[in-house]
Design a protein. Sequence first.
Length: 281
Amino acid sequence: MNVAEKLDIEVSSLEAILSTLGEKAVSFGLKLLAALAILSIGLWLTKRFMNVIKRGMERRNLEASLRSFLLSFLNILFKVFVVVICLTTVGVQMTSIVAVLGAASLAVGMALSGTLQNFAGGIVILLFKPFKVGDTIETATGKTGVIKKIMIFTTELHTFDNQVVFLPNGALANGEIVNLSDGEIRRSDLQLSISYGDSVDIARKVILDILAKDVRVMQTPAPEVFISNLGDSGVELTVRYWSKYSDVYGSKNALIEQIYETLPKKKVSFPFPQMDVRLVK
């Protein structure tokens, strides 16, 4: 075989290789375009499905806590399903995807153990219902506000000064929570002092009259006014009454203001901090 014949064979082989690569590139390009189209349509359908599911849950009056949790979970599940379809369209084998997902799940599970704990905490919250959407809670970290959403990993809390706080479900499920909305009526205690020498009976009568005129204060159980301590500067009184939870803060502020304005008119004064100093020569 002469040089010309060898050159012709090499050129033919190169053309065959280039032709094969071209066909594969065209095929891969078409698959990639199809995958992108599936991704776009899949995400659009996911959004539509989520809206349909949301309306269905609302029509069935499903509890808001469970609704927000399920919507968040289904949204992630649908998007993962769309991505898997796109990968198989490109040509990735399902066995390879399952193997990668298994290895990734193990690695992610070890790296994000706290996140998995939050997921488990969300399920515990939905099952045992220490609180629900719309409740006012106080957490172990001192955060107080209204529950707006219970999601897969976090719970959305709106504080009274309009801050939005995202709390991890794991900490909420395992920590101390005070549900301020649980219980129809609530007891309130007001602390105040009157000067030594002033009449406790007059102060008690005035305060009880103020409580009797406020429609937010329940008369059963009856309000109480009693001496709780003899302080350094005055006689300390405790005003105890019951009201509905929704009236707790409003009634407390109004009663403090009325007591402050009324007692001095009845010759009952509030003491100032004082100290006796004796000079010894």
